[in-house]
Design a protein around this ligand. Structure first.
Ligand code: GLV
Length: 309
C-alpha cells in the first residue's frame, strides 16, 4: 500500500513532505518520480493531468486536497468505481468565512473605490452601507455555508440560505430546491455562491437569476468559475441592476489578460485565494482515511458520484 501525490502547482513537494513527516512508515511518492504503480492504493490529488489516475491498477481511494471535487469528475480518464473523498476542515471553513466577511464589508465601505481614488490622488467621500441595511443570501448550505452563516449572524447580519433539500440551521431561513429559489433570491441583497459545481449548478449565476435579486445587490462568487455566466454578470452590472461583484474563481485561471473583468470598476477580482487548504490542518484527515483503507473501514468525507459532491 502506498500514496501518490498528484498536483501540477508548486505545492507538490510541500504536501508530499508533510505526508511523510506525519507518517514516516508510509511510502509516499510524487507522481513525477519513478514509483511502483501497482503499490499505490491512495491518490491525493489537486487538478491532476488527464490520464494519470488510470495508471494505478490497485487504487482504492482518490482524495481531493480541497473541498471541491469537480476537477475529478471532469477528468474522463478517472476510473468510475473508486471512492472519492474531499476535505471538510474547520480551518478551510473559517478562512472562507473571513474572506467573505471582508468582501462584504469592503463593498459596504467602498474600500476598492478608495484604493483606486488613492492611486489617482482623488478625494471623493461616498455614502456607505451598514450591516443593518441588508440580508445576506448564501447559496449552498454545506460545511462552508453553515460556518459563514454562523459568523455572519455573530456579526449582526440577517442571513438566509438556499440548499438542495430542506435544512434546519438556527437563525437562518433556509429555502430548498428550485421551487423556493426565487423567494430566496428576492430577499438577497448580498448573494454568496458556495455551491459545489455539478451539472445542475453549472451556469446557475445567470441573467435569469440576477433578475430576481433586489436592485443594487452585490454578488460574491467564491465557489467555482463554472457557476457564473460572465456575459450575464457584465450585462447586469452594466445596466445598473447589480451594484457589483466580488469574484475569486474563474472559468480559466489565471484569468486571461484580455478578460473584461480585469478593468471593470465594479467587479473586484482575487486570484482564487478565498480559502486554501492548510497543510497542517488537512494532513491528519488524509492519513486517517489511508488508515481506514488499510483496515477496511468506511472512509470519511466520501462524496456521492451521483450528486457530484
Ligand atoms: C478550493 O477551491 C477547494 O475546493 O478547496
Amino acid at each position: 500500500m502506498a500514496i501518490v501525490v498528484i498536483r501540477q502547482d508548486n505545492k507538490l513537494d510541500a504536501w508530499k513532505n508533510a505526508l511523510i513527516a506525519n507518517a514516516p512508515e508510509t511510502p509516499v511518492y510524487s507522481y513525477l518520480e519513478e514509483h511502483p504503480k501497482e503499490e499505490i492504493t491512495m491518490a491525493c490529488v489537486w487538478k491532476q493531468p488527464a490520464e494519470t489516475l488510470n495508471l494505478y491498477p490497485n487504487l482504492q481511494c482518490i482524495a481531493s486536497f480541497g473541498a471541491g471535487v469537480d476537477f475529478i469528475f471532469k477528468d474522463q480518464s478517472v476510473p468510475g468505481n473508486i471512492p472519492i473523498t474531499r476535505v471538510v476542515d474547520p480551518v478551510l471553513a473559517s478562512d472562507m468565512s473571513e474572506f467573505v466577511l471582508a468582501s462584504i464589508l469592503g463593498f459596504f465601505k467602498n474600500l476598492n473605490d478608495y484604493k483606486t481614488d488613492q492611486l489617482n490622488k482623488i478625494w471623493a467621500p461616498q455614502e456607505y452601507k451598514r450591516i443593518s441595511d441588508v440580508t445576506v443570501g448564501i447559496m449552498g448550505m454545506g460545511a462552508l455555508g453553515e460556518k459563514l452563516a454562523e459568523d455572519l449572524i455573530r456579526n449582526r447580519f440577517k442571513v438566509i440560505g438556499w440548499a438542495n433539500s430542506p435544512k434546519v440551521i438556527p437563525g437562518v431561513d433556509v429555502y430548498a430546491g428550485n421551487n423556493q429559489k426565487n423567494k430566496f433570491l428576492s430577499r438577497s441583497n448580498i448573494l454568496v455562491c458556495l455551491l459545489p459545481l455539478t451539472k445542475e449548478t453549472m451556469g446557475i449565476l445567470n441573467n435569469k437569476l440576477f433578475k430576481e435579486l433586489p436592485k443594487q445587490s452585490y454578488v460574491i462568487n467564491v465557489a467555482r468559475g463554472g457557476h457564473l455566466v460572465d456575459e450575464d454578470l457584465l450585462e447586469y452590472v452594466n445596466n445598473g441592476h447589480l451594484a457589483g461583484a466580488g469574484l475569486d474563481v474563474f472559468h480559466q485561471e489565471p484569468l486571461p489578460v484580455e478578460h473584461p473583468f480585469w478593468n471593470h470598476p465594479k467587479i473586484h477580482i482575487t486570484p482564487h485565494v478565498a480559502s486554501v487548504s492548510d497543510i497542517d490542518s488537512v494532513i491528519p484527515q488524509l492519513l486517517e482515511n489511508y488508515r481506514r483503507l488499510k483496515e477496511g473501514l468506511p472512509l470519511m468525507n466520501e462524496v456521492s458520484r451521483e450528486k457530484g459532491y
